[in-house]
Design a protein. Structure first.
Lengths: 99, 416
């Protein structure tokens, strides 16, 4: 069971209150009409799946019901930090996804 | 290869079973192989076996970083079935089920394949509509299936709570009689033994650290035991497929999640079929040893740790107790996790890649065990001919670009 710190509630709560919402910092294309099929596929289906540090979005479903971001190690499950939407992480996962 | 038989068992009993041949050898890696298969699970071993047997390619190495069949092959809930909804998926899984039916004889290895049937329960009107649709689709594809009433389900599984007072009353079920279970470890061992007999090198404790390429074609794999040159490289690494893909700068539409399962203490025979419920999210069967084999759901987060969170186990147990109140005081023996590589459409990827001589069989998510022989068979064809097997064609990685997804969430969602 993960203990997750919600940056909005400013409290550490049990994982059951949260739900995982996948990779963070995905931007919806601003020019959808100009995208190729490959670019659309990349936006819709292709995700980083690192063995190591991962920036991901979580929802405090049974709390403030806000989305926020977590940097977490996908092997040890250690949470490095949590931060609000729109903010940038201070611990950055490298391109290779290794910690 | 030493043939196994009742007579052989008797003969070896005279020497106190001390002279059995080793089941497979432990070779030193050669400098070059025609095909290197990354991943020594049941899918990888089946691929090697069919490549050697049906395509005459015997200069093959299966490279495994741990031991054979130690990943998801050892961690699944051993269920085999083929009642998928869409044509593409049901053809592939049915191809596999047909191979299962003759596999123990073919491999001369007791896989303990037991066609004890699979029930998929319906708890709502919508569940029942979906079940009727799926059974009809199965029958049109030549796959056996029946829609059962509550009374029929109750007769088949007397210990299932089919009362009207249940929190989620059972309204009926789909039934595939040819489905069942197989002994998961035996599948890996049987394929390994047969592949070894055909000249395949099984290299355990050999971890791939890189894939060497030249002019857009593979040259071989870097391992902790040195470089191994290869004409073709086939990746069957399940939860770690993305890690292998990253070695060649490729991205796959996969997410790796922990999937948990557990077994109870051994009980006397009490459940002679497989019961699954999508709605309350639980499924259970009883192994020949007597333990209840229970599968949980995946954890929502990415994870390579081969373990998940306890609340997922708790949800599953709640569902099992809801269905089978009689199990409420059964004690659990073990729980574990495996890493499953899930695809956005809950269907696998069996595909060539843009790199010449590199192939992927991955994305089986929560349900790869049942497909072991079929996946190995069509993947071997794909590798040998450098052209997808007709059954594998719809499962190309290109489908995510073309939009021809095969949405099997309904049939694959819970019933792993």
């Amino acid at each position: 069971m993960l203990l997750i710190h919600c940056p909005y509630c400013e409290e550490s709560r049990e994982e059951e209150e949260f739900s995982s919402a996948g990779q963070a910092h995905i931007e919806r294309p601003l020019n959808p009409d100009e995208l190729s099929d490959e670019q659309w596929a990349r936006y819709l289906f292709f995700r980083k799946n690192p063995r190591g540090l991962h920036h991901e979005m979580w929802l405090h479903a049974h709390g403030c019901r806000k989305y926020f971001n977590i940097t977490r190690n996908t092997v040890t499950y250690q949470i490095m930090e949590t931060y609000k939407m729109g903010q940038q992480p201070s611990v950055i996962a490298s391109e290779e996804g290794q910690s | 290869m030493q043939q196994y038989s009742g007579f052989g068992l008797f003969k070896h009993s005279l020497t106190y079973h001390e002279n059995w041949q080793r089941v497979w050898s432990n070779p030193i890696p050669k400098k070059h192989y025609d095909v290197v298969i990354i991943g020594g699970g049941a899918h990888g071993l089946a691929t090697a076996y069919y490549l050697a047997k049906e395509h005459g390619i015997t200069n093959i190495a299966v490279v495994e970083k741990g031991y054979l069949g130690g990943g998801n092959t050892a961690r699944n809930t051993t269920i085999v079935r083929s009642n998928y909804l869409w044509d593409e998926a049901s053809h592939l899984y049915e191809h596999s089920l047909k191979l299962w039916e003759g596999l123990a004889q073919e491999l001369n290895y007791n896989l303990m394949f037991s066609q004890r049937g699979v029930l998929n329960l319906g708890h709502t009107l919508q569940d029942m509509r979906d079940i009727e649709r799926r059974v009809n689709a199965n029958r049109l594809n030549g796959i056996d299936g029946e829609v059962l009433t509550t009374a029929q389900v109750q007769e088949m599984v007397p210990i299932l709570d089919c009362s009207k007072g249940a929190r989620y009353p059972v309204m009926g079920a789909s039934w595939q009689a040819r489905a069942g279970t197989a002994r998961h470890d035996a599948v890996a061992w049987g394929f390994a033994r047969a592949a070894d007999a055909l000249g395949v090198d099984l290299l355990q404790q050999t971890e791939v650290t890189g894939i060497r390429r030249k002019d857009g074609a593979v040259e071989g794999v870097e391992t902790n035991r040195g470089f191994i040159s290869a004409g073709k490289v086939a990746c069957v690494a399940a939860g770690n497929s993305s890690v292998i893909a990253k070695m060649v700068g490729m991205e796959l539409p996969l997410e790796s999640h922990p999937l948990q399962a557990m077994v109870s203490e051994p009980l006397k025979p009490i459940l002679d079929t497989v019961v699954m419920s999508n709605h309350v999210h639980g499924y259970v069967s009883q192994s020949d040893k007597g333990d209840l084999v229970i599968g949980a759901g995946i954890d929502g987060y990415l994870g390579y740790g081969q373990r998940g969170s306890f609340n997922v186990v708790e949800h599953t147990i709640a569902a099992i107790i809801e269905m089978f109140p009689v199990f409420s005081r059964v004690r659990l023996n073990r729980a574990w996790g495996g890493i499953v590589d899930t695809c956005p459409d809950a269907c696998p990827i069996i595909s060539k890649t843009h790199i010449k001589g590199l192939y992927f069989n991955c994305g089986w998510g929560t349900g790869g065990f049942k497909a072991t022989p079929g996946a190995g068979h069509v993947f071997a064809h794909t590798i040998a001919h450098d052209d997808p097997h007709p059954l594998a064609k719809p499962f190309s990685i290109d489908r995510f670009t073309s939009g021809e997804l095969i949405d099997e969430h309904g049939a694959a969602g819970v019933a792993h």
